[in-house]
Design a protein around this ligand. Structure first.
Ligand SMILES: [Zn+2]
Length: 260
């Protein structure tokens, strides 16, 4: 299909090799997206998410914080920020066909990859039973400081630990099984968003407008950005170029891990 994903792997720029290894979307019934803050998924992956929901895949968002340290308006009452950002993320999700948005309520700016967070993420994985999981990178990306927010790295680390071993090992966090009746679940594939080593590129030219609408739904974060669309277009054009897509195409990038 034109505009499908391009998979690349290799030693670095100039040494890219096409390879198979990404699940066919037709084999994917459910996707769970784990992020640190409201708006992370929209900056990193909303164009891809729109393609998935268009294809009939059920997508759930799990946002670890309410983004209560976010915003730019110093006169806005801080106590009202969590509810506002929660509502913004729910509205943004609708723009790309996502209607199940869950929040864990951890404090924004102070997330650590604790056992509690791993258990809470393993719980959501066992509840949603996704074939594919999207999460932030636990690694620092020196080329993009904003992508490497400490909360993103902590959530990425805890999410990968929740995929393996916590969610799939019935004896990890036994209370999930014994008290909550949640059976072990094996996620087949993980897509890391914001990775310093992307291996997979999704052509999102056709869903770019909905990605921008989703980003615009985060009024407290993007309301002041007159150049938002241009900024995002430039970033996605660069990714499309790296993927070898034709001029004028836009792409989102991921590092895809098989986790069978
Ligand atoms: Zn963030």
């Amino acid at each position: 299909m034109p505009g499908a994903g391009v998979h690349l792997a290799g030693a670095g720029p100039g040494h890219l090799v096409r390879m198979a290894g990404v699940l066919d979307d037709a084999e994917v019934a459910r996707v769970l997206v784990i992020t640190a803050h409201p708006d992370d998924v929209d900056f990193g992956a909303a164009g891809t998410i729109a393609r998935w929901t268009d294809a009939g895949i059920e997508v759930t968002y799990c946002v670890v914080t309410y983004g209560d340290a976010g915003g730019y308006d110093e006169d806005f009452p801080r106590a009202d920020v969590p509810a506002l950002r929660r509502a913004e993320q729910v509205a943004a999700a609708k723009c790309v066909g996502v209607h199940d948005v869950r929040f864990l309520g951890y404090p924004d700016g102070r997330v650590e990859a604790t056992l509690d967070l791993r258990r809470d993420l393993a719980r959501v994985i066992r509840q949603v039973r996704p074939d594919r999981l999207v999460c932030p990178s636990p690694e620092r990306n020196y080329a993009a400081i904003g992508v490497s927010h400490p909360d993103h790295r902590a959530v990425g680390s805890a999410a990968l630990d929740a995929v393996y071993p916590d969610a799939r090992n019935p004896f990890a966090f036994p209370e999930l099984r014994d008290r909550e009746g949640l059976a072990a679940w094996k996620v087949r594939e993980v897509w890391i968003s914001g990775s310093p080593m992307p291996t997979h590129f999704v052509d999102v030219t056709g869903t770019f407008g909905r990605k921008i609408a989703a980003l615009r739904a985060h009024v407290s974060q993007t309301g002041h950005m007159d150049d938002l669309e241009e900024r995002i277009r430039t970033r996605l054009s660069r990714a499309a170029q790296t993927a070898g897509l034709p001029e004028g195409r836009l792409a989102e990038s991921f590092q895809v891990l098989e986790t069978p």
